[in-house]
Design a protein around this ligand. Structure first.
Ligand SMILES: Cc1ncc(COP(=O)(O)O)c(C=O)c1O
Length: 427
């Protein structure tokens, strides 16, 4: 493949046309048939987020509080809200990162730092996670030289607490639960897992990257609260992605710590080079302040009341879709606590069903063990229930009659890191 630098130059107009062309090849980032993650709460919210993003695009977040004081205001006001939302204890603190992966890696890093401070960091230090935990923990374990004990696959969407308890030993520095995990919509049993972590005196992290801006507003939809935050004894940290259901533009997440000592210990403060003090609270260095500004703007625009209203509407669309699918014989996996859920039909190859629905223009994902179709519901799905159920019923009929067979490819979360798809290997 020729490199971008060494092809004939394009004019600004040609580039604009080329970009528009490339954009047309993408699936829409949200819409009635788009059920992969898109976190859409309404065009008005997108407009507010994108305006703020564009306005602060050029400010370097790294120089906030010195050159760009607004950065400090945005950080403080966002974090104050999160501390409130999660009922953080006195002395709690948080920091903002570039995404859920960074927040979860920071949790592993902080757990290791605390174990080291307390003289509990042994060789064979490990973290224990359920089968459904995000790969961010494996990335963190690899980067930090910590063994990751991931529960083996058992074909069930909730963790086996007996396995979790047995996997923890006196070298375990962290146990993590997800509220909810990405592959299925039901939260891990946070209270029970916290009790296991307390017994082993290890760090307990709640990965609420997906649910952290939905779960606190469940009551607006008259749903029972789910225990996932600092009201559960033993929770040391909670991660939440503001670029997911905080509805900000991409590039912002948070980690909130029960104890500000852990937040302070997580900072990199460095002076021993010619350019003076370099201090960061996470892993990233230079980054645009656009996503930060957009998270602040959406919080100010929606307010808690707005998040409640949007959550209620999205739960309403979700429940209409669930009942339409149940009406054609689908089984819903577990008790979905957030905006996403999985369904299956018995005695049907679900990977074939996924492929055939994708062929019909539905943008959907699948999860394995149990083999299911996953739908992430947004504000764009107000009228999707009936057309989706009709499409599923039609394709199901064809698959059962052997008229469609697919290739059985199954679930793919992200392919970009497999080397041969990068296309930049020198022959
Ligand atoms: C539960 C959970 N944790 C962590 C992540 C990682 O987030 P990001 O892709 O923003 O790094 C995700 C992403 O979907 C997630 O669902």
């Amino acid at each position: 493949m020729p490199g971008a630098l060494h092809q004939p130059r394009l004019s600004a107009e040609e580039i604009a046309a080329r970009l528009a062309d490339y954009k047309r090849q993408n699936v829409p980032t949200y819409g009635p048939k788009m059920f992969r993650p898109s976190y859409f709460a309404g065009q008005d919210v997108v407009d507010v987020a994108e305006h703020a993003f564009a306005l602060f695009l050029k400010e370097n977040w790294l120089y906030g509080r010195t050159s760009y004081p607004a950065v400090g205001v945005f950080e403080d006001e966002i974090l104050a809200s999160l501390l409130d939302l999660y009922h953080a204890p006195r002395g709690a603190a948080g920091s903002l990162t570039s995404g859920g992966t960074e927040s979860d890696i920071m949790a592993v890093r902080s757990a290791r730092a605390r174990a080291e401070r307390l003289g509990r960091l042994k060789s064979g230090a490990n973290i224990v996670i359920p089968q459904t935990a995000h790969p961010a923990f494996d990335k963190g374990g690899e980067l930090l030289g910590i063994e990751v004990r991931r529960e083996p696959s058992r074909g069930h969407h909730l963790p086996d607490l007996e396995w979790i308890a047995d996997a923890c030993d006196d070298s375990t520095i962290m146990l993590a639960a997800s509220a909810p995990p990405y592959p299925f919509g039901e939260c891990d049993p946070v209270e029970e897992m916290a009790a296991i972590a307390r017994k082993h005196e290890c760090w307990f992290h709640v990965d609420s990257c997906l649910g952290g801006m939905i779960l606190p507003f469940r009551e607006a939809a008259e749903l029972k609260p789910v225990a996932f935050d600092f009201r559960v004894a033993g929770v040391d940290s909670v991660s939440v992605d503001l670029h997911k259901c905080g509805y900000a533009s991409k590039g912002i997440s948070a980690i909130v710590y029960a104890d500000r000592t852990d937040e302070q210990a997580a900072r990199t403060v460095f002076e021993n080079w010619p350019s003076g003090l370099y201090a960061t609270s996470g892993i990233a260095g230079t980054r645009s302040a656009g996503a930060l500004a957009s998270a602040w703007a959406v919080m100010r625009y929606l307010g808690a009341e707005g998040y409640r209203e949007r959550t209620k509407a999205i739960f309403g669309y979700r429940d209409k879709i669930i009942s339409a699918l149940r009406g054609i014989g689908a089984e819903i996996v577990g008790d979905p606590h957030c905006f996403h859920f999985n369904f299956l039909f018995h005695e049907v190859d679900m990977s074939v069903l996924v492929e055939e629905l994708v062929r019909e223009g539905w943008v959907i994902s699948s999860s394995k063990q149990p083999d299911t179709i996953q739908l992430m519901v947004t504000a764009a799905h107000e009228h999707s229930a009936a057309p989706l159920a009709e499409a599923v019923e039609q394709v199901l009929r064809d698959v059962r009659a052997g008229k469609r067979a697919g290739t059985g490819q199954g679930a793919v979360y992200s392919k970009v890191e497999t080397r041969d798809t990068v296309g930049a290997i020198r022959a």
